[in-house]
Design a protein around this ligand. Structure first.
Ligand code: CP
Ligand code: NVA
Length: 301
């Protein structure tokens, strides 16, 4: 694995070994003396806001001996129109790796091509692979694994999280059910690209909740969709994770949210607080999963 551009490009065994490594790194945090990125500088180019991704990468890079160089895209020339390929060709000659959060997936792909340094997708409109790896790690910790499990995603099924989950289901073979109103179901073009996968799409919350082991949700208004907020909140309202929906799931089902959470929209305050332990464990796992990603990329150079 030379870059992490999406879950789409990973194999099942790559996902497995990243999750295993993340669990090992979590167990050994603070004990390890290995600094696989000692003396390096990694650029973090962010065009969108971030709490978890930014902090977990900065901490992870520090723990591995590297210096994070945070670049808000508004401050660098990218924000004034310098093409991504030129930015990549400059940074590729100076830094050792790049972590990019932006809108267009193609920008991350182009950066990897022109920068010729390990490149990580820290969220685009298409995918959020770092999040999925932390989620899979949490599912392994809480439920022993994803094998034979039913994972249900409620809400905007065509956003980066819904799409990344679909790729994970295709590679790993667990059952994924996406509950969304028609306008927010994965686009036809995406489903064609996905091809055969154990993914069911429904507009019936009950179908998704019944026999479910993981109830997953995400904001109804992804970054960049703010202008559509009013309509989205109305249309997605029936797809909220609340105590009624939770009551339809399996007895030991867990609730996951990539965060930030908008209480009483995609998830009720009640369910979020009742399940905060598993949701914030998931947030913590971003650090461990991303350290595993950094380590894998360092080894592949
Ligand atoms: N889940 C996630 O990526 O959070 P941030 O937007 O805070 O990084
Ligand atoms: N779908 C959300 C994920 C936030 C981590 C967004 O893109 O804003």
């Amino acid at each position: 694995m030379k870059h992490l551009l999406g879950i789409e490009q990973l194999s099942a065994s790559e996902i497995e070994s990243l999750v295993e490594k993340a669990i090992e790194l979590k167990a050994n945090r603070g004990k390890q003396i290995e600094h696989p990125l000692a003396g390096e500088t990694w650029a973090m180019i962010f065009t969108k806001s971030s709490t978890r991704t930014r902090v977990s990468f900065e901490v992870g890079l520090n723990e591995f001996g590297a210096r994070p160089l945070f670049l808000n895209s508004k401050d660098v020339q990218l924000g004034r129109g310098e093409p991504i390929k030129d930015t990549a060709r400059v940074l590729g000659r100076m830094v050792h790796g790049a972590i990019i959060r932006t809108f267009d997936q193609q920008d991350v792909v182009d950066f990897a091509e022109f920068g010729k340094i390990p490149t990580i997708n820290a969220l685009t409109d298409e995918e959020h692979p770092c999040q999925i790896l932390a989620d899979l790690m949490t599912i392994r910790e809480k439920l022993g694994g994803w094998e034979g499990k039913k994972i249900s995603f409620f809400g905007d099924g065509d956003c980066n999280m819904g799409r990344s989950w679909a790729w994970a289901a295709k590679h790993l073979g667990f059952e994924l059910c996406i509950a969304a109103p028609q306008a927010f179901q994965p686009a036809e073009e995406f489903m064609t690209r996905l091809g055969s996968a154990p993914v069911t799409i429904t507009d019936d919350v009950k179908v998704a909740a019944e026999n479910c082991d993981v109830l997953y949700t995400d904001t109804w208004v992804s970054m960049g969709k703010e202008e559509e907020a009013g309509a989205r909140l109305i249309e997605l309202a029936p797809f909220q994770i609340n105590s009624e929906v939770l009551g339809m799931a399996n007895q030991n089902a867990i609730v996951q949210h990539c965060l930030p959470a908008y209480r009483d929209n995609e998830i009720t305050e009640e369910v979020l607080e009742e399940r905060q332990d598993e949701i914030f464990q998931q947030a913590e796992n971003r650090l461990h999963a991303q350290k595993a990603i950094l380590m894998a990329l360092a080894k592949a150079r």
